[in-house]
Design a protein around this ligand. Structure first.
Ligand code: FMN
Length: 196
């Protein structure tokens, strides 16, 4: 059964509007694929993971493992999960013009030369991930406009991994005075998500 990797970078538990939007997308994906190709959803909930940025010691350990070809070590769990998934859904609130720091650490751990990407003889990068599609779901207090750095960064990395089709789903302006949060969320669910 194909695997959908759900990378949940939402911070506010059940209060998260981003999580609600992402769950709607997941329900749509399940429904559309229920007949031919049902996905098994694997969630990585970053708020409960023990995420540490690479320091010098862990960087050296990582290099040792890679040199020894120990790609199955637990240090590479995120990279292997990303490489093997058939579809990626990332849910991350729009924080400080991008996303929470936990997602940056996740990407740091997932970006491994030899697992999610490699280099050809002419030094051009070659993606090693199976998935063709990544959906990036976010909600924001104001309007994102030209500062869509979270999605653009996630999208660029996914392309490095070989995931060519990246899609952006958002509900914006949720914290503006007088915003009808429910209506904005419903519009995102009925609009962008329906065309996923
Ligand atoms: C730490 C933090 C940083 C934020 N940064 C921004 C920002 O740069 N621009 C913006 O429009 N909203 C910003 N917001 C508002 C959130 O994007 C908005 O409330 C979003 O809907 C939160 O998603 P959630 O309900 O899934 O937690 C920020 C909120 C927090 C808590």
């Amino acid at each position: 059964m194909p695997t959908l990797l759900f990378i949940n970078a939402c911070v506010r538990g059940r209060d998260s509007r981003t999580l609600a939007l992402a769950e709607h997308l997941l329900a749509c994906i399940k429904e559309v694929n229920s007949h031919d190709m049902a996905f098994q959803i694997e969630e990585i909930r970053l708020s409960t993971e023990n995420l540490l940025p690479l320091n010098y010691e862990r960087l050296l350990r990582r290099e040792e493992l890679l040199t020894a070809g120990q790609l199955g070590d637990s240090m590479f769990d995120y990279a292997n999960a990303v490489a093997q998934a058939d579809m990626l859904v990332i849910a991350a609130p729009y924080w400080d013009m991008s996303f929470p720091a936990s997602l940056k650490i996740f990407f740091e751990m997932a970006s491994v030369d030899g697992i999610t990407f490699t280099y050809a003889e002419d030094s051009t990068p070659v993606g090693l991930s199976v998935a063709e599609d990544m959906y990036y779901v976010t909600t924001s207090g104001g309007y994102i406009g030209d500062c869509n750095f979270g999605f653009e960064y996630a999208s660029a990395l996914c392309k490095l991994y070989g995931i060519q089709n990246t899609h952006f789903i958002s509900a914006q302006g949720l914290d503006l005075d007088g915003a009808d949060v429910q209506a904005i969320l419903e519009e995102a669910c009925n609009g962008e998500i329906q065309h996923y």
